[in-house]
Design a protein around this ligand. Structure first.
Ligand SMILES: [Zn+2]
Length: 482
């Protein structure tokens, strides 16, 4: 690209989010160079910068999982059809989205193989082999891998035919232990989402209708996006003995008696990247929370051809590089202005500018991505200043997202109030439910929202079910969702 074309129109190349949120999202994914469309519909090619974000997420979660006693394993990508069919609800839930392998080499297979949409059946088969005695328990396994689900409508990161994730699968001796594991992981996910991704989440239980196929209970963390829609950001399932009975996962207890095991599974996926984009991004592109940003500080030399500038930049870079993820953009075929725009688009939290005048005064210019605030900082204070600014950005992104969510969370006591709200607003709506599945179905039909969860933090908004007017059971959170 020639210098003439490097004007300020970089930012004008993305749609304004107020104008068309979904186009804005796609523009950011492409312009920030996170991913591109693959050759098969619904598949994406993750580019280096997008993959670096995933690597940050993977490292952070992996560290937390290992610290809580989990171990990584790897199981095959192909599942024989007979295995998938072993747990009835599970197969019914996943069958419509499964991709099949029917030919191997040039020969038609006797039994077709599915490309894993999730790995409960595989893990359960292996667990039946690996578990014998109470001494073997618990098994706390995790797998980093990919799965394929033949989705009808897809969008990069949010819903793709193939996606990357971690799936945890655990086996326990008692119901109490598997219940505790499910909650422990849900808390780990919510802590990670809030502290690292700066995404506030609501913890709760999925309804019977919305729970995972084959689970006794599914727990979820739900986040609100910029446009008021919900994103399910992670789930944790308690299986009870739903898989251990058909798969015969048994152990000999201390008294020498054989008993069925208790299981859980849980996962988060590359859709977390979609969540980061849609919670923090703005009309200049991506905004990354410092704790997950692959590049926390971008150093841009000003008038890099002038004596001493690049040398000073290198000195500063060396000083900072052990403390922060910092890189220098010393490409001489792009103007500083063009670089500013590009790194803003990529959401780098802090920009550091050093020019000839700054060198004379022993100073640099620091610019925040989230607020655009510019500040002149003495080089001797730079290390500290960067640390405190990154912490401040992290904190303020979370607070901003939380305030936005609070502002767009509504309460409805009666159906007519509910309808009034959704006619004007998109957001979370709290309402009481009686617990009958008919009411949940009807709400879906009438309002085109789904129950995101029954939050752990309950409020009693009214004595009556919002749908049928019968005696209310629990408060639900309704929303349109990605
Ligand atoms: Zn009802």
């Amino acid at each position: 690209m020639g210098k003439q074309k490097q004007g300020s129109n970089y930012v004008e190349e993305i749609t304004k989010m107020e104008q068309d949120f979904s186009q804005w999202y796609t523009d950011v994914v492409l312009k920030a160079e996170l991913a591109d469309y693959g050759m098969v519909k619904g598949c994406m090619a993750i580019k280096p910068y997008g993959f670096q974000i995933w690597e940050q997420i993977r490292a952070g979660l992996n560290e937390r999982l290992m610290a809580t006693g989990h171990q990584n394993v790897y199981l095959p990508i192909l599942i024989p059809e007979s295995l998938l069919n072993k747990e009835k609800e599970h197969v019914e839930g996943f069958a419509p989205e499964v991709a099949w392998v029917t030919i191997g080499g040039e020969k038609e297979l006797e039994e077709r193989l599915c490309i894993r949409p999730t790995s409960e059946t595989l893990f359960s088969t292996m667990f039946a082999k690996w578990v014998n005695s109470w001494r073997d328990l618990p098994l706390l396994y995790n797998q980093w891998g990919n799965v394929v689900r033949w989705e009808k409508s897809t969008r990069p990161f949010l819903r793709t035919a193939e996606f990357l994730w971690q799936e945890g699968h655990t086996v326990h001796a008692t119901a109490e232990e598997s219940a505790a594991e499910t909650q422990k992981i849900l808390n780990l996910y919510s802590d990670y989402a809030e502290k690292v991704l700066a995404i506030p989440v609501i913890k709760g239980r999925k309804t019977e209708q919305e729970k995972f196929a084959g689970a006794v209970n599914t727990y979820t963390i739900e986040a609100m996006m910029h446009d008021g829609q919900a994103l399910q950001a992670g789930t944790s399932h308690n299986f009870g003995q739903n898989f251990s009975i058909p798969f015969e996962i048994k152990y000999q207890n201390k008294a020498g008696k054989m008993e069925y095991c208790w299981q859980t599974s849980w996962g988060v996926t590359t859709r977390l990247i979609g969540g980061i984009i849609m919670v923090h991004g703005d009309n200049r592109g991506l905004v990354l929370p410092p704790r997950v940003a692959p590049v926390q500080v971008i150093l841009v030399p000003i008038a890099g051809h002038k004596t001493g500038v690049l040398k000073k930049c290198q000195e500063v870079l060396q000083e900072l590089r052990n403390l922060y993820r910092v890189i220098i953009d010393d490409r001489d075929n792009y103007s500083p202005g063009w670089k500013f725009n590009q790194w803003e688009m990529k959401g780098v939290p802090l920009r550091l500018e050093i020019g000839p005048r700054d060198i004379i005064h022993e100073q640099v210019v620091l610019v925040r991505r989230d607020t655009g605030e510019k500040e002149v900082v003495k080089i001797e204070q730079l290390k500290e200043q960067i640390g405190s600014k990154l912490a401040d950005i992290q904190n303020s992104l979370f607070q901003k997202a939380l305030e936005k969510r609070e502002k767009r969370t509504y309460r409805a006591e009666q159906l007519k109030d509910f309808k009034k709200i959704i006619a004007k607003e998109t957001g979370f709506i709290k309402g009481m439910l009686c617990g009958n599945k008919e009411c949940e179905e009807k709400m879906k039909e009438i309002t085109r929202t789904t129950v995101r969860c029954i939050p752990f933090e309950q409020e009693k908004l009214s004595e009556r079910c919002i749908c049928c007017g019968g005696a209310a059971g629990e408060m639900a959170i309704f929303a349109r969702a990605y």
